[in-house]
Design a binder for this molecule. Sequence first.
Ligand code: ATP
Ligand code: MG
Length: 399
Amino acid sequence: MLQIDWPGYVLAVLEALERAGYEAWAVGGCVRDALLGRVPHDWDVCTLATPPQMRRALEGFRLVDTGEKHGTLTAVAGGEPVEITTFRADGAYTDHRRPDGVSFVRSLREDLARRDFTVNAMACHPARGLADYFGGREDLRWGLIRCVGEADERFNEDGLRLLRALRFAARFRFAIEPETAEALRRNRGLLRFIARERVLSELRGMLLAPGAAEILAAYPEVIAAAVPQLRTEGDAWRRALAAVEKAPADFSVRLALLTDSRNAADLLSGLKTDCETRDDVLALTRRRGDTPPRDAPGARRLLFALGEERARKLCGLWRAEGREGADEAAEQIEAALARQDCHTLAQLQIGGRQLTAMGLRGPAVGETLRELLFAVMDGRIENEESALLDAAKRLSEKK
Ligand code: ATP
Ligand code: MG
């Protein structure tokens, strides 16, 4: 029998549906993850009940409409959401992405047949055990991503599945079964139908996965079809992949490794990333060629220029690339932070008010504060009020 650790709230949902006479199963990612011995991050249920029937059967639960038209309601059980979807088959696909309509069906098997990969097309029940019509368990054992049914057809229905295949393969370090792999390469042109946001989110999942470098190396033409701004060949690409493998699991760092300061802006607008990722990647690619700081003043200047988070990311990038002095730079940065070394104007023990009291006006105030900060960061003056005031006087006399 299967060793599955069923959360009580999932059992409660299954029980309530079945008590009302509707077959119900846990399905998809949660079954896959449980069989892999991983803790599922969420549990999905499929059932014979239609949404109005679910509402009656689940009276005691809070229900949220997450897509009633498509047969989906979310029950909040014990504070946890469980997505419940009526057994369904997808209608025709004309846009290579979304079915034109869905139809409810009477059997679990038909519902499982519309799912993307065999490892995602299993259902499980606490009493009836595993429902595995497409060899998902065997593929899980061998570590294979394989389309349910005919791969060409399945990719043509929904081009997003190409990227999902790569993402799951990277996440579980699985291989892609040969026929599925060939169909993937053959159908890469479909990726132009995929919305940028979806490409971005799949790319993020893929890049952060443990097997990212392997998958990017094995399917460069598919990656290039999804993200035309990436140059997925040549020595630079191979070096980038070697670095991705060693990089921290941070999207900005890994994305920065795949591009350079000339092409980063183009890549970022092509992908429509959020502003934070964009600023991260631009800063990282711009600074990548700098010499890693070897001493405390250098570390403080880098912290001043980039801030704590980004300075750490840059060190992570340098280390992943095997840059000389990268480890030392990271140590210097951490030591400066641990000592709470001054590296921001806010930490300076003097402010604009004191300088104005000394008679400084306008831009001279900001300029002087900056000069003082640099003098402190370089260790030329103490970060202490009277020392700073003296230095400020000397500076203003020179002006
Ligand atoms: P994750 O851990 O990434 O959430 P998951 O397998 O739960 O993995 P979801 O995107 O949450 O993936 O989808 C839930 C299930 O729905 C999948 O396991 C699969 O059975 C089915 N599914 C999702 N997207 C597709 C798709 N594009 N085509 C076919 N089936 C899909
Ligand atoms: Mg999921």
